[in-house]
Design a protein around this ligand. Structure first.
Ligand code: PLP
Length: 348
């Protein structure tokens, strides 16, 4: 028998969205940004490539300084992660002993469950209501760590602000607010950081800054929290290229703001078009929408779209297995998606 920890053996493992090995798909399944970063971010890359023999800056100084200008906090209050997934992992390992509790919603980013379980933590899931939303503050006195994403996948809506604030106020442990999709909305939760000393905000460059392939994320919190998390992270958790491209991207705020607006415009158009095609669709604050076709099983729609080289996400979770989650693509990509759906609908 191999000496595998029981909690690892018992965990099925995280199932990421499909990354096809060919480029002929319209990829609307993993909430990437459909627009590339500006070419100029690669200008200093060659210089970096000549230094690959040397370890990168262990504490990602330039990147954190660039982030600090955008986030409006000192770089000492920022920890850089290898994607925000790294930040979530570091949080579990910093604040939760095996056998202690991590709490999150029953429908949310499914990685929270995986990283808590493989750590040997107990998990407490808080039910969302029939609209997949919080029904009140998340009260779980035994939780050492609460994960709350706002906007929350797979719905894509912000959590109710008052409930969220009450959760921070009443929590006895840490509350990590995952703002992965924040730039596609008008709200953020910086004020909670100022008011509550148990709050961490996580951010990523994967979605709004078009760098999913580079793995750049952040934790923003008080010095006391960041200093402890810093001890837990891998010593060189971001490579040279990620640090360089991440820092460079932050310089192009106007470019990215334009893209975020474009994604929001397309999101509105997609939502309305799907409604006209007899889908139940929720308004979204993120770069994806959750939609349920009323004339075909969602699993079948997923398969038929895939046959036509359009990839969306279908989840087996019983509460949402009649929905598909569609990432916002470019306008031509969304046109093609709608064209295929239209044909499928006319054929039923
Ligand atoms: C809520 C949420 N948080 C974090 C992530 C992961 O982000 P990253 O690419 O920075 O690891 C995702 C990715 O889908 C997500 O949906």
């Amino acid at each position: 028998m191999l000496p595998i920890r029981e909690c690892v053996n018992q965990t099925p493992g995280y199932v990421p969205g499909e990354q096809p090995q060919t480029t002929d798909y319209i990829k609307l399944n993993t909430n990437e940004n459909p627009y590339p970063p500006p070419d100029k971010i690669f200008d200093t890359l060659q210089q970096e490539l000549t230094k690959v023999r040397l370890y990168p800056d262990p504490v990602s100084t330039q990147l954190r300084k660039a982030a600090s200008k955008v986030f409006g906090v000192s770089y000492n209050n920022i920890l850089a992660g290898n994607g925000s997934d790294d930040i979530l992992n570091i949080a579990v390992r910093t604040f939760v002993n095996p056998g202690e509790t991590v709490a999150f919603l029953d429908l949310t980013y499914s990685l929270y469950e995986t990283i808590a379980k493989v750590h040997g933590a107990l998990i407490k899931t808080i039910p969302t209501n029939e609209n997949f939303e919080l029904d009140g503050p998340l009260i779980c006195p035994e939780a050492k760590l609460v994960f709350l994403a706002s906007p929350n996948p797979p719905l894509g809506k912000h959590l109710n602000r008052e409930y969220l604030e009450e959760t921070c106020k009443q929590a006895t442990g840490i509350v990590l607010i995952d703002e992965a999709y924040i730039d596609f909305s008008d709200e953020n939760h910086w004020d909670f950081l100022e008011k509550y000393d148990n709050v961490i905000i996580s951010r990523t460059m994967s979605k709004s800054y078009s760098l999913a392939g580079m793995r750049v994320g952040f934790a923003i919190s008080s010095l006391g929290i960041i200093e402890q998390m810093d001890k837990v992270r891998d010593s060189y958790n971001l490579d040279r290229i990620a640090q360089t491209l991440g820092s460079n991207c932050f310089e192009f705020q106007d470019y990215f703001k334009q893209i975020w607006q474009q994604v929001r415009n397309t999101r509105t158009r997609l939502t309305n078009s799907l409604k006209n095609l007899d889908f139940l669709v929720f308004d979204s604050d993120a770069n994806f929408v959750l939609a349920s076709p009323q004339w075909i099983a969602a699993s079948e729609l997923y398969t038929k779209l895939k046959e036509q080289k359009v990839l969306v996400r279908h989840f087996k979770h019983p509460r949402i297995n009649n929905y598909v989650r569609i990432s916002i693509g470019t306008d031509p990509e969304i046109d093609r998606l709608l064209e295929v759906i239209n044909k499928l609908k006319n054929a039923t």
